[in-house]
Design a protein around this ligand. Structure first.
Ligand SMILES: [Zn+2]
Length: 180
């Protein structure tokens, strides 16, 4: 299925711009190909006072649900740097000592386009934590973040988490923390 509903070649304008193999569009007229590559994101699992830092999503997908501080990796950016940057932007928390937890695939629908993502998760240590109740994340300005919530690691299964990739990462992280 075409993830964006494209009908015309953006290079030559001909019809017959089809989606193939779940990966790319190809124009039957001029041969132009455009790959709909997997988008990589980086997120952070950080404990503050024994609870996990999450952000309340201010926009769809998953508006009103929880996600881990994180976001898409910019071109030419390291995943580790993206994780640190996003955590600062979304939650105002500076993290250090990143450790890779794992990666899980996810579907992310935005602007009527279905993106396939590869979500990378890191655990980290909080180097600086603002007074969270008073914090106004930079992302508040764009409406991306509606608030901050700390969840108990025992509630990972039942918490209103937007993306299953985050829930799976949290479960893997908790298992590792328990020494299994
Ligand atoms: Zn074409």
């Amino acid at each position: 299925m075409d993830p964006a509903g494209l009908r015309f070649c953006p290079r030559c304008g001909a019809g017959g711009y089809g989606y193939h193999d779940g990966k790319f569009w190809r124009c039957d007229s001029c041969g132009f190909r455009h790959y709909h590559n997997v988008a990589a994101s980086a997120s952070v699992i950080v404990e503050i006072g024994g609870r996990v830092l999450t952000v309340v999503r201010g926009k769809d997908p998953g508006k009103g649900l929880l996600s881990l501080p994180g976001g898409f990796i910019d071109p030419d950016e390291r995943a580790e740097d993206a994780a640190v940057r996003e955590c600062r932007e979304e939650a105002g928390v500076d993290v250090t000592d990143l450790s890779f937890v794992g990666s899980w695939p996810n579907d992310y629908e935005y602007g009527s386009v279905l993106y396939k993502t590869c979500d990378l998760y890191f655990s980290a240590r909080a180097a600086y934590v603002p007074r969270l109740e008073a914090h106004r994340p930079e992302a508040h300005g764009s409406g991306e973040v509606a608030g901050i919530e700390l969840i108990d690691p025992e509630d990972i299964e039942s918490a209103p988490i937007a993306f299953e990739s985050a829930r799976r990462a949290l479960l893997a992280w908790r298992l590792r923390a328990r020494g299994h």
